[in-house]
Structure formats: structure tokens, C-alpha cells
Design a protein around this ligand. Sequence first.
Ligand SMILES: C[S@@+](CC[C@H](N)C(=O)[O-])C[C@H]1O[C@@H](n2cnc3c(N)ncnc32)[C@H](O)[C@@H]1O
Length: 370
Amino acid sequence: MKIQNKFFDAQSDLTASKILIYQQYIKNYLPKVLMQFGKCFIADFFCGPGKNGTQDGSPLILLDTAKSMLESPVLRKKWQNPEVIVVFSDDNKEHIDNLTNSLKQRNYPDAIKIIGPLCEPFSSILSKTSEIFEKITEPKFFFLDPFTYSDVTIDNVKTLIDTPSSEVLLFLPTFHSYRFVGCADSVGALKLFLENFTDRGCSDYKDIADFNESIRQRLLTYLNLEYVRSVGLDDGKRKNALFYLTKHRTGMILMNNLVWKYTQDGLTVKAQRNNEMTLFNLSTLSDNFVRIKDFLQGYVKEKKILTNIEIIDVVAQKCFTNKYATKILKDMKKQGLIEIEYKTSNKTKGFYVADGNWNKELAVIKYKEQ
Ligand SMILES: C[S@@+](CC[C@H](N)C(=O)[O-])C[C@H]1O[C@@H](n2cnc3c(N)ncnc32)[C@H](O)[C@@H]1O
């Protein structure tokens, strides 16, 4: 209990990096889904008290971001009454009271419908709302930010991601579970977590990235998804992670771009407040970049013929970016390893491996037998 109280006294750097990814994703996700559907649902089922020390926590970050998005004249031109419907819940009464007070002090437009804040355990709110969410076809985003790995089961995540047009951002305190893998047999909850949330259970992991990858693989197969990525959060001492799950290629493209923007290796946000901007972009020097580059080159060689859409898709699945994939293809072309065939007479330059072309077949990339 003490640790939990301390959590809300001040925002740690690790929490700040978690909030950064959440906020940046929401900021990019909201305009896209609101423009297309005019409406979306966001649920924060572990919402907390609203503030971590002087810093805003996830509920206030969400509401302020939604408020500014809903003011967009471009959106208002397309939709007269766009709506963001938000659900807040937490099982701690004091947190719910604090959040309720914070909400009273801020003015939010009618276009934001707030359900709650409700004082409910996650399991109970999930069983009450899952049938409702199943019937809603508009986009839904679920933020699950528990304290411990036993608060959310993989079947809870399945319930949410199986609803139409849904995405999940799940925080897992992976560092504790990774460090204690060796003694998992004597800790029931940890053993259960490893069996449920990893594809290798209590085995040896090379490092925390390997452990996170094992969780990612398990989520992909158990939930029958194509797009899952981890976002490592590292403050030098603790290494936790967010897991982002979606059924839509464009969501994955968005999250991949964000992670490559805020990390030096496309994998882990080094949590440091007032992060100095790096003078040089180190991403293309990282081991992870080299690993994905080797994969992509091998993939083109193996498949021999790929449309630009097929390349965009595999790039999204591999948690990579189209910008970097294009760099790699340029190199391959320079070396005479590939040639391009264009599908339309007015588009005859480059590879069309770009975010906006995720569903437009414009080019075929062919591996040239050496
Ligand atoms: C890490 S904090 C959330 C912080 C919040 N996302 C923010 O950014 O400010 C986790 C919250 O989950 C709540 N919680 C823990 N177990 C829960 C459960 N089983 N059901 C509902 N809430 C729970 C705690 O009371 C706490 O407020």
C-alpha cells in the first residue's frame, strides 16, 4: 500500500515515459478516428486519482487532448456533433473521489461524455461492460494501467480486443517478473503470469528485450492478432513495458512511428525527464535496426515478388517504419538487387512504401536473381 501511495506523490520518470507514449498515441489516434467515424470510446479502467504530484495522470491527459481535438474546425466541418465517450474506473475510493474533484475544477465540452469515475474493481466493470462494447462498432481504445501483473489476465485482454474496432494499451511491470523468473516455481502468481503471458514460461531469457518479445509472441498467437508491439520503459533501474495491440494496420503504423521517434533503438524509451534531444539520430545504428534490416532484405530475397502493400504490412508487423524500410530498399536498388514495376502510368518513382499507401497497390518490388 505504501508503494502505491508514493506512486501518486510525484510522477517518476518511468511513469512520465508511459504517459508520453499514451498521450502521443491518443493525440494522433483521435483526429484520425474522429474524422472517419465522428465518434469513439476510450476506457481507462485503472484511472488512478488524476494527478501524480503536480503532473496530470492518464485521465486528465486524455480529457485535455480530446478537448483540443474536438475544437478542430476541419473536424467540425465534417461532423456537426463529434463525440468522445470516456469511461473511468478504479477500485480505490480515495482515487475516485480525487479524480471527481479534479474533473469538477476543469471545464470540458459537452462533446466529451464522461461515464464515471466509477469505483469498481476491473473484473466487475469488465463483466458489466463487455457485452455493451461488443455491440459498438465505432473505434474503442482500452488503456489498462494496473500496478501488478496479476490485476489483468490474458483472457481479460482477449475479451476487450475481441470487440469490434478495438485497441488495447496494456502496462505490465515486466521487470519484477523477468528478474524473478528463476524462482517462479515458488511464487504462484508469478508462475501463473509466466505461463499465461509468455510463450516460453519459466525458461531462460537472454535479456529483458527477449522477455518482452516472448510476451509479444504469446499475445500474437493467443489473441490471434497480426499487430502487437512492446514499448520498453527503462529508467536505468527498472525496466517495465507497454504492450500495444490492434487489429488495424494503420494503428500499428502510427505506434511504430511514435516508438522509433522517441527511442534510440525502436524498442525502449529511456526515461529521463527533460530528455536532451539527440544531435544525431542513433536509430539506424542500433542492433534492432540491423536485425530488422537483415530480416527485410532476406524477406524480399525469399518472396521474390512483393507489392508495396505487402511490404508495408510486414514492416508494420515487424514493428518497423516505412521511412526506414524505404532507406533499405534504396540501398538494395543501388546494389542492383531489386527492380520496380509500376501499376499506374502516373506513379513511376520510388517504392510507394509510405504510411498513406497502406491500402494502395502502386508498385511491385522484384528481387533480381544474381
Ligand atoms: C498505476 S495506477 C494508474 C495510474 C493512472 N493510469 C495515471 O496515469 O495516473 C493503478 C491504479 O489501478 C488501481 N487498481 C489496482 N488494482 C485494481 C483492480 N483490480 N481494479 C481496479 N483498479 C485497480 C489502483 O487503485 C491505482 O489507482
